[in-house]
Design a protein around this ligand. Sequence first.
Ligand code: GLC
Length: 728
Amino acid sequence: MVRKFVYGKPLETEAVLTAFEECEEELPFLLYEKHSEVSPDTDSFSLPTELGFSEKNPLFTYSMKPDDIIYGLGEAVRGINKRGWRYISFCADDPDHTESKFSLYGAHNFLMILGEVSFGLFFDFPGAVLFDIGASDYDRLFIRPSGNDLTVYVIERESPLEIVREFRNMTGRSYLPPRWAFGFQQSRWGYQSADDVRQIVQEYRNNHIPLDSVYLDIDYMTNYKDFTIDKHKFPAFPSFVTEMKKDHIRLVPIIDAGVKIEDGYDVYEEGIAGNYFCKRKDGSDFVAGVWPGITHFPDFLNKDARKWFGGLYARLLSKGIEGFWNDMNEPAIFYSEEGVKNAWDRLSAFDETSLDVEGFFQLTGIFTQLSSQPADYARFYHRVGRKNIRHDKVHNLYGYNMTRAASEAFDRYSPKKRILLFSRSSYIGMHRYGGIWTGDNHSWWSHLLLNIKMMPSLNMCGFLYSGADIGGFGSDTTQDLLLRWLAFGLFTPLMRNHSAIGTRNQECFRFGHIESFRNLINLRYRLLPFLYSEFMKAALTDSMYFRTLLFDYPQDSHAIHVEDQLLLGDSLMLAPVYEQNAVGRYVYLPEDMLLLRFLAPASSIPEGENSLSLQDGAVISTKYCTAGHHYLPVALDEVIVFLRKGHLLLLCAPAEAEELLNTEELDLVAVLDDAKQARGSFYVDDGFCKDPNLEENLVQIQLESAADGSVFVHAGNTCTYHEHVFSL
Ligand code: GLC
């Protein structure tokens, strides 16, 4: 059951597609106060008034039971259970994702309260929202929007997964990427020319490390101008795209939100002529400094501007490009003209002769605190219908609508073929138009763990095609960190190695032990048809690709608190290693499972484990593990996964690119359940079609053991299966 509660006159965010009747009764579960003059959080946390929060805004309070677990909020710092910290939904360009932060790039206002009483909540509000989840008071959940007009949805269903499904059903089907986007992708800010890109591809190919795409960061443009290509660095771009495609590589260019102000630059001039840019209060176009220098921001909340900007992607589509990443769309503001002027004014008012310590900090802060300032977000306006709306009131819808602009254009220009698209900033609803990557992380072990923890939370909110910058964006990576990160990243739908200019190069061929890197990326390709199938099933049934153990083992008092093991689809449990110097890890098994160890190159089967030979001659190691706690050694370049009883896993022989995989001949590893059966389904399509039919594309596979021990495989397609059947 979903109940909708409307307060004031909310702006239509188009996050929810289902038309629910407004509920007249009182809001269940939560205490609603129209105003709360006394801020509940004054004791420990101050109200961030600079973001528009006031005690005059409504306050929603819930008394949490000691055992309540709070899931949700998508892209956020800290644990999967959000309890114990405070979060602010206000899309932020912040490259330091430390535990002390309140906001990251996305605003995902969906929560699940799971305990004796369980329900889901969605706060559909486009401005800043504060979620104090047991930070001020461990037993209380406080939610305060920074305005009075909002819609609250309360979702009650019989299980956590059903709550997620209901939420996803009302917000619409998740974005579907093309299948090639499940290949391994290499990116770096700093590939300066076509020759740089050729060299990267050559190194991957020479070292036989599979690769499907290379990203073009802002360096491919002329002076960072959107929809331009630097002709000196990337001459004859369309033939370069074709040359790469012949080598099974797709190029994925970046598009930034800000449009450079430059006479003669057609995008800028079209934007001015069409009146498509965000305005100041006095009607002039707002000016912000971002990568290209001074820019205007397209007004993505205005549908005409959206159509215009979306149409510009056709310039690259027509050159053979099939994928894009949308960046800087919170929007990031390095500085505004007003902000800089204020800073100079403050500086000139400074009396250096009487500088004291307090003055020193004020002085140094004048120029270090110019970026992405709340004051700047209050300086420009959007045209929505016939109204002008101040940006900060609808801040969280900006990146969402930039990505929507692109996606709607793809429907016009590429009606039959899926285009890869993901964004840095997002709001619920954007998951229909594109995926996300989790922005500028660092080459830190803690960010590998954060990547693991964020994935199920993002899935709850509909962001299935997602991933982090593998190896870390900022700071210098190390070989051990990159190997461990790849060992987890090879399960994330978006598997992209990306790093910042000036940091250590981190392509897989840069390190010793090339065979270890090759082995890990090969494993991604072995798994690719299976992972794609699990992804598509999750997307087409509003389900989750990554889940915590709580979803499947709600009665297991230990499993419900596990945050560093994930279920992937119906068959697998992952237990990634994420600590420096670890040579293995503890794993909790809620039931008996089969350990599959994808061995490091040239290593032998560990004692007590058994060998399993795959069709292409590769050998993996297996072990029957009983329910409970285990310590398992995991070498630096090994991957362990667990196959659940009654389920199956499909593997194919690796190839150097997705389109070269032979998906007609598969290894089928199955674990029979107590009834001596295993079943699963395998989703297969052409990898491009925009509106796939789940029923038609789903192959059912069933294994049954006869009295004499022989096993029959019934599969609804003509693939050749090499079976490896285990009975626990
Ligand atoms: C931003 C993006 C990053 C990109 C850089 C340069 O920091 O998050 O991925 O490499 O800008 O375009």
